[in-house]
Design a protein around this ligand. Structure first.
Ligand code: ADP
Ligand code: MG
Length: 336
């Protein structure tokens, strides 16, 4: 009898992994922006055509990659970030070394990069995970990644894409999370013919640029209980929204999604906003690295807290405290 079990081809492994990391165009944008931020870029330019399926281009002025690293960057499990097996102490966005491998396995990708010390950059063209071209190029210090024909290699995934307009909304939401986290970085976003630039600013300036609210139309947050700290900004109740698109939640400098914490924010605002509405809050949680696991899902937008109830109560306390102070000045509210 012959053995029937065999190791999958690396390209197939990458495509299977891509299904988890790269769900839709906005996942590509998220991963590439994170890489640019990890590379210490101070300028990040994002261009999107056709909902991201035609083109996604991210250009940064970060540290760039040398020739050898550019080639390695698209391999699976290759990373410059996680140097030892310390999954509880991660300070960069990336660490799994699979984003570029996944993205380039399901698209046609052109990567060019140059470091400060190189006389010229290098460019790599890769189609469906297969390297087609590698050559020197003239380019600025930093990295430019162009993704075309996303999911051409996995047609089943194409069927799940929404209209370009809907994908653009998701892409904008994703970019907004990074805008508030990195106000000192200049970002630009081109969605087909629409172009918007967000110059480097303070958080206060970004709130104005992005939310069109003055800092005075809300309050700064700062509360610490034991070793969990919340900072950020929350708008006055009047700025409530129909959905959670103005709730920006971060754990240790990483944008996260957490239904329970969104619910906690609504609880903090209850009686002040209509029942079916959501407040506008920017909350940065600092939690000891050993108390939060970011390695829950390949997309890393969900995290697992060791003590979720504690986080919840710090967040509610931070918001209630400020709302009560505000309430004492203007409207009357009953503290819970
Ligand atoms: P990870 O971010 O988890 O390390 P990625 O597949 O996203 O994995 O990237 C692989 C590696 O490629 C990174 O560790 C980094 O060294 C390099 N890299 C990717 N994007 C950039 C960039 N914009 N600038 C500089 N280096 C980059
Ligand atoms: Mg990465």
């Amino acid at each position: 009898m012959f053995s029937v079990i065999r190791l999958l081809e690396p390209q197939l492994i990458n495509r299977i992994a891509a299904g988890e990391v790269i769900e839709r165009p906005t996942s590509v944008i998220k991963e590439l922006i994170e890489n640019s931020l990890d590379a210490k870029a101070t300028e990040i330019h994002v261009t999107v055509r056709g909902g991201g399926q035609t083109l996604i281009r991210i250009q940064d002025n970060g540290c760039g990659m040398i020739k050898e690293d550019l080639k390695l960057s698209v391999q699976r499990h290759t990373t410059s970030k996680l140097s030892h097996a310390d999954l509880w102490n991660i300070h960069t966005f990336g660490f799994r070394g699979e984003a570029l491998a996944s993205i380039t396995s399901v698209s046609k990708a052109l990567l060019s990069s140059k470091t400060l010390n190189q006389p010229h950059g290098w460019s790599l063209y890769i189609e469906g995970g297969e390297q087609q071209d590698f050559k020197p190029v003239a380019c600025d210090v930093g990295t430019c990644i162009e993704i075309r024909d996303l999911f051409f290699a996995t047609p089943a995934r194409l069927k799940f894409l929404r209209s370009p307009a809907q994908e653009h909304i998701q892409i904008t939401n994703c970019l907004e999370r990074f805008l508030l986290l990195n106000p000192h970085v200049t970002f630009s976003l081109r969605l087909d013919e629409k172009h918007k630039v967000f110059d480097a600013a303070s958080l206060e300036g970004r709130i104005k640029q992005l939310l069109n609210l003055q800092a005075a139309e809300g309050f700064w947050l700062e509360t610490q209980i034991h070793d969990v700290k919340v900072t950020g900004w929350a708008a006055l109740p009047g700025a409530h929204r129909r959905n959670a698109d103005r709730i920006f939640l971060y754990t240790n400098q990483r944008p996260i999604e957490d239904r329970m914490l969104v619910q906690s924010m609504r609880i903090a605002y209850q009686d002040l906003i209509p029942k079916d509405r959501y407040p506008c809050v920017i909350a940065f949680l600092s939690i000891p690295y050993s108390d939060v696991d970011v390695n829950v899902h390949p997309a890393k937008t969900q995290v697992r807290f060791k003590a979720p109830q504690e986080i919840r109560s710090v967040l509610i306390t931070a918001l209630r405290k400020s709302l009560i102070q505000y309430g004492q000045k203007s409207v009357s509210i009953t503290p819970k």
